[in-house]
Every structure is written in structure tokens, then in C-alpha cells.
Design a protein around this ligand. Structure first.
Ligand SMILES: Nc1ncnc2c1ncn2[C@@H]1O[C@H](COP(=O)(O)OP(=O)(O)OP(=O)(O)O)[C@@H](O)[C@H]1O
Length: 472
């Protein structure tokens, strides 16, 4: 049996319920006769299940547009798809026709061409004399604008799959097409490097931010490597990217002065700086608190819908799967199962997400307002959050609470002390234990400034940038 044929079977979804995106696919006319072989018979088994709705995207069945026979753009998509018999049997794609990001305003999706096609991919790592088979015949087609989540057992091959799609690793056997570039085990490294730089974005925990560079510089880096923009253009785009992830007030912060959620958002800003067609994400919300998880999901959703960015996201977090169009389960180096997320479910998840994000932001605003009203020295507490550390806004002698310096609303549990809650003596971080401090600093702490601290409910008066350094 042709191994590809076996691989192709992995791609086929289980017969879906009425309203499943696969059901709607059957309404797309077959490709021209010179193109693909007839689809497997079970695809036709639910041909009758779907009548497309041209109303709301999320009215079942939602995500796909049916008949595009007379649509020239569709014809061209079909032509592309016809290049590969594999592509022709795969689930059709997802193109949103409107650049909107709200669950309530999502519009119909149209078929387009696959942007990632894996054909019978094998990957065997050499471990000493032994070979470890990480991928054993994976075939998968991912459509432009699709959000694919990859789940599976530990050691099932998820990361290996992501690395192959990201061209970080080459397959041992099989080939893949990424953004129209065919990659085989013999593809030259320059070709792969160019693909990574121009078409792919990475949100990998192993691709940390560079600690000696500010957020802005980190985001500029891929553009510097690409070399197609002037310094001014790079800077403008980096600022726009950081703004996109809500970090325009953290441009000059070094990674060590950012919370985990902020760092992750900088990573995303960096990943989208070169406007990738495919974004590869490895545990994008791993280790983040709920509020940051929601923020990042919301951002991803916006990019997916608004920019038609394609996502391949490895995760262990089951909450995330409701946001993906399709969930691929890996086991023992193979695709074990593929599940389509029902559009109604996605819609509900997105609506819930939007509500939670709005609620979280509302809470932060309310909390900041309450703090400003109720606190003593309210003139000091109404200053914007996050304008001090790492930026030049700090003036010697100006009051700053620790949380104000280093966090922004909602980023951290410490937010609650942003302004209204007095910082107490134990608030001094461990490394500022007077016994551990250089004598000069100890003198400062025990000197006149220390008394002023007492007079202001334990909050410090900063006299110099050096004082600030001791606090953060
Ligand atoms: N560089 C490597 N050298 C040798 N073996 C490797 C290498 N990378 C992965 N493997 C092996 O390949 C198999 C698949 O690993 P992979 O990291 O892709 O799985 P995973 O599904 O991402 O696992 P996890 O969820 O635990 O991260 C495992 O048996 C792993 O030990």
C-alpha cells in the first residue's frame, strides 16, 4: 500500500455532525477533471447534512462558504489545490472575508489554498547508535487562516512536528510544502533560513528574548536580520507591533523588568514583526496566570481573524482547544485523531473570552479609580501606571510604589498594591535586606530617607536613580 495513502487517511476527519465544517465542504464543486482523484467515498457520506448559511458566521453551519463556482478567486484557489491530489482531499480552508476580531461580528469563511502540506513525514533522531522515531508518517494539510491546535501524549511528536513545520529540523523522509516552497531532506539551509525569516513566526519558549536588549530592540531584531527596512521603518513597525500587544508603554524595558505575561507578549510582537504567514506556537500560555492567558488568547484570536494569520499551536491546555478550528492529536509519532471544533462552540468560547477580557479590564479600571479616590496622597496615586522603571519618567524625589514601577494593571497579583495599598516594611525585596546591602545603600536606608518612608506609610521617597535601582 502506498504509504501516502495511509498517511492521507490520518487527515480525514471522523464523519461530523450536521454543521461540521466538513459537511459544508461537500458543497464545493469537485476540482477540474485533470486535477485530483475522486474523494474517498466516506466524504460523501454526509453530503446531505449541510445547507450553508449566508447569514451570521456562527449560525450553524458557519465557517465555510459553499458554492464558488463562478468566483474567479475561488477558481484560482482550486487550481492551486489541484496541483496536489493530497490537497484535493483535505478539508477546505478558512478564509474570513472581513478584518474583524469580535466573535459577534465574524463573517463567513471562504475556501482557499493550503499553506502547509505535510506528506508522509518521518523524523528519526540519532541517539548514539540508536534511532528514535519521533514522527512516523505524518500527513497533514493546514489551510491559510486556519488555527490548528496540536495535543497529545508526552513524547508523541508534537514538538518534532512543530520543528519540522518551522524548518528548524528537516524530515528524515517525506516532504512538505510551506507557503508554496517544497522542502525535502535535501533542501538547502539558505532556503530554509529565508523561509523562516520571511514567512514564519515563532512563539517558542526556547526562543527567549535577548536579555541585554530592550523590548523594542528585541522586536526590531528579526527586521534587522531581514534587512529590507530602514532603521526608521523598523522602529516604527516594532512600536506598532508592541502597541498591538498592548505594550507601547514598555518599549525601553529590558526583559528582566517585564512580567512573564509581558515577556510573552513581547515574544509575540517579535514573532509578528515580519508579518509572518504562519505563526508557530509552543505552549503560548504555559506558566501564565489566567488574566494573561486570556489576553494572549484574545490577541491570537485578533491576529487569526484580522490578519488571516495561520496558527499551529502545540499546547497541553485543554481550554485552548475551543479556539482552534481543528485539533490534531499526536501519539507515538503519528496523528492519532483529528477533531474539528464546531463553530458554535468556537463562537461561545470567543464570546466568553471577550466578556472575560472586558470584565478583567473593567475591574482594573475600577480598581485604579477606587485606589486613586481612597488613598492618601491621591495626587501621587493617579499617575499612570508603569511610567517609571526603565524609562526616563522618574524624577529624583518623586514618590513611586514598587508595583507602580514595574507592573501594569492585571499583569500580576502585585497589581493590588499598585497605588492604594501601602507598601510595608517587609515589602523590601530579599536582595534589599539591609544586611546584604553595600554599606552606602544601608546608610541611605537608615538615613533621612528612611524616616520619610515611615511618614508615608512605609512607602519610599526616591532621591536618585540609584535608589530606584535598589527598589526594583
Ligand atoms: N533532539 C532529539 N534527539 C533525540 N530524541 C529526540 C529529540 N527530540 C525529540 N526526541 C524524541 O522524539 C520523541 C518525540 O519527542 P517530542 O519532543 O516531539 O514529543 P512531544 O509530543 O513534544 O513531547 P512533550 O509533550 O513531552 O514535549 C520522544 O521520544 C523524544 O525523546
Amino acid at each position: 500500500m502506498d504509504p501516502l495513502a495511509k498517511g492521507e487517511q490520518d487527515l480525514l476527519p471522523p464523519p461530523g455532525p450536521a454543521g461540521s465544517p466538513f459537511a459544508s465542504l461537500q458543497r464545493i464543486p469537485p476540482p477540474p477533471s485533470h486535477a485530483a482523484p475522486p474523494p474517498p467515498s466516506h466524504r460523501n457520506s454526509h453530503h446531505h447534512t449541510h445547507t450553508p448559511s449566508h447569514g451570521s458566521l456562527f449560525a450553524a453551519p458557519p465557517d465555510f462558504v459553499g458554492d464558488h463556482t463562478n468566483d474567479p478567486s475561488h477558481q484560482s484557489h482550486r487550481k492551486k489545490a489541484s496541483r496536489s491530489s493530497l490537497a484535493s482531499i483535505l478539508p477546505h480552508p478558512f478564509r474570513r472575508t472581513q478584518s474583524v476580531a469580535s466573535a459577534g461580528t465574524l463573517k463567513k469563511l471562504e475556501p482557499t489554498d493550503p499553506i502547509v502540506i505535510l506528506r508522509n513525514i518521518h523524523k528519526t533522531y540519532l541517539l548514539g547508535l540508536e534511532g528514535v522515531a519521533a514522527l512516523r508518517g505524518v500527513s497533514l494539510s493546514i489551510q491559510r487562516g486556519e488555527w490548528v491546535a496540536v495535543y497529545g501524549t508526552s513524547g508523541g511528536g508534537k514538538t518534532s512536528l512543530l520543528n519540522i513545520i518551522g524548518t528548524i529540523d528537516k524530515p528524515t523522509k517525506g516532504d512538505l510544502t510551506i507557503c508554496d516552497t517544497v522542502i525535502t531532506p535535501n533542501t538547502k539551509d539558505e532556503v530554509l533560513a529565508s523561509l523562516r525569516l520571511n514567512k514564519l513566526g515563532f512563539v517558542f519558549q526556547s526562543f527567549n528574548l535577548i536579555s541585554s536588549m530592550t523590548a523594542l530592540e528585541n522586536v526590531e531584531l528579526p527586521m534587522v536580520l531581514k534587512g529590507s527596512l530602514t532603521a526608521q521603518e523598523r522602529k516604527a513597525r516594532a512600536i506598532a507591533s508592541l502597541k498591538r500587544v498592548g505594550l507601547e508603554h514598555r518599549l525601553h524595558h529590558f526583559p528582566s523588568k517585564l512580567s512573564g505575561g509581558e515577556q510573552q507578549r513581547v515574544t509575540i510582537a517579535r514573532a509578528i514583526a515580519n508579518l509572518p504567514e504562519v505563526l508557530l506556537l509552543d505552549e503560548p500560555t504555559g506558566d501564565l496566570d489566567t488574566q494573561n492567558t486570556l489576553r494572549i488568547l484574545h490577541l491570537l484570536h485578533t491576529l487569526n481573524v484580522g490578519e488571516m494569520m495561520t496558527f499551529v499551536m502545540v499546547t497541553h491546555d485543554v481550554y485552548l482547544k475551543n479556539f482552534a478550528h481543528r485539533v490534531v492529536y499526536m501519539r507515538d509519532g503519528k496523528i492519532h485523531r483529528v477533531e474539528m471544533t464546531r463553530s458554535q462552540k468556537r463562537k461561545e468560547a470567543l464570546e466568553e473570552l471577550e466578556a472575560k477580557v472586558a470584565e478583567g479590564e473593567g475591574r482594573n479600571v475600577a480598581r485604579a479609580a477606587t485606589s486613586a479616590e481612597g488613598a492618601p496622597n491621591s495626587d501621587l496615586h493617579t499617575r499612570p501606571v508603569g511610567t517609571v522603571t526603565g524609562e526616563s519618567a522618574h524624577q529624583p524625589g518623586q514618590y513611586v510604589s514598587r508595583a507602580t514601577e514595574v507592573r501594569e494593571p492585571g499583569d500580576y497579583a502585585t497589581y493590588c498594591v499598585e497605588s492604594g495599598v501601602p507598601a510595608k516594611a517587609p515589602d523590601i525585596p530579599a536582595r534589599q535586606d539591609p544586611q546584604l546591602m553595600p554599606s552606602e545603600s544601608r546608610d541611605k536606608l537608615n538615613g533621612p530617607e528612611h524616616h520619610q518612608i515611615d511618614r508615608r506609610d512605609g512607602k519610599r521617597i526616591l532621591r536618585s536613580m540609584e535608589d530606584l535601582d535598589h527598589i526594583v
